[in-house]
Write a protein that binds this ligand. Structure first.
Ligand code: BDR
Ligand code: CA
Length: 312
């Protein structure tokens, strides 16, 4: 039996968040100690309920859910992502999933993360797959806990084109100030899994068919993806879906899956058209961020699918 590494997922479910959470639950290399929620694709009450429903679907109501930030740190959120994820965040299928079995943890996202970090016998991996507000707050409020975080593996940012503005990726665009705080701090190593890479790993119709045939939980997840797939057809003219968050969680689960390049990163936090852009700044202060720019898409997708199928 391999040793399971403690993991916290901070998330705004979200269709690809759902895939990512179920991937972590299916992976023996990690033990999911908490799911913390943030505003993002849809408002916070929805992302929190969706996290509870996904855990209930997988019979994992032992994993606590902590609700976090309902809005960005400084400026209001400019855009949500209902066009991709549906008004309920899960492609219109949220109500089809079992209701959450337990109430959200009274400690909230930051309190729950802090408790998990304090209680863990070894440093914990944190995988933020939504706006970075909760993680920025954790680092700001509990600097003493930084040595208890092994690494932060975040999905977000773009070195090339964005998906929310010409230059900004959604998670960073939602709260650029929080993303800047996380990417420029020097206490915890950060791996950034940007859009440039996740868009290169789209799941095909055949991949989705295999998922749908994998058992009742996998079939539910495949249903959650249907609307998202239609949005890809409309917006990009392709019949395939990027599983952004699952790619990051795979790296958090099996470190070294993605090839990274170290570069100092900064986030454009002005209010102009570049807001939310992640910019590599050679020679800048701060610890370099490990930016995942390369991976072989086929093995990545095969690995994600093989793991999900274990859930039945
Ligand atoms: C990111 O934005 C969200 O819509 C997805 O869940 C993912 O975390 C991709 O840009
Ligand atoms: Ca997300």
């Amino acid at each position: 039996m391999t040793h399971a590494k403690p993991l916290i997922i901070d998330t705004d479910p979200g269709v690809d968040d759902a895939v990512a959470i179920m991937l972590a639950l299916a992976s023996p290399e990690v033990e999911l100690r908490a799911v913390t929620t943030v505003f993002g694709n849809v408002p916070l009450p929805r992302t929190t309920e969706n996290a509870g429903r996904l855990l209930a679907l997988c019979d994992r109501s032992d994993v606590p859910v902590g609700a976090g930030a309902a809005r960005p740190l400084v400026h209001p959120q400019r855009e949500r992502a209902e066009a991709w994820h549906g008004g309920d965040g899960l492609g219109g299928r949220a109500e089809a999933l079992p209701a959450p079995i337990v109430e959200p943890d009274p400690r909230g996202a930051v309190g729950l993360m802090a408790s998990v970090l304090r209680a863990a016998g070894e440093p914990v991996t944190i995988a933020p797959i939504g706006p970075l507000t909760n993680v920025a707050l954790l680092l700001a409020v509990h600097p003493e806990l930084a040595p208890r975080i092994d690494r932060i593996v975040m999905m977000g940012g773009a070195l090339g084109a964005g998906n929310t503005s010409g230059v900004a990726e959604f998670n960073v665009h939602c709260d650029p100030e929080a993303a800047h705080r996380v990417l420029t701090q020097t206490d915890v190593p950060v791996t950034m899994v940007p859009l440039d890479l996740t868009l290169r790993c789209p799941a095909s119709p055949e991949w989705l068919d295999e998922l749908a045939a994998g058992g009742p939980r996998c079939a539910e997840l495949a249903q959650v993806v249907v609307r998202y797939r239609a949005a890809y057809r409309t917006r990009y003219g392709i019949d395939a879906v990027a599983l952004h968050d699952a790619v990051a969680v795979l790296e958090a689960t099996v470190p070294g899956t993605l090839a990274t390049k170290a570069m100092p990163m900064q986030v454009a936090c002005d209010l102009g058209p570049a807001r939310g852009a992640t910019v590599a700044v050679p020679g800048a202060d701060g610890a370099p961020v490990h930016v995942a720019l390369d991976a072989d898409p086929d093995p990545v997708l095969a690995e994600i699918l093989a793991r999900l199928l274990r859930l039945g």
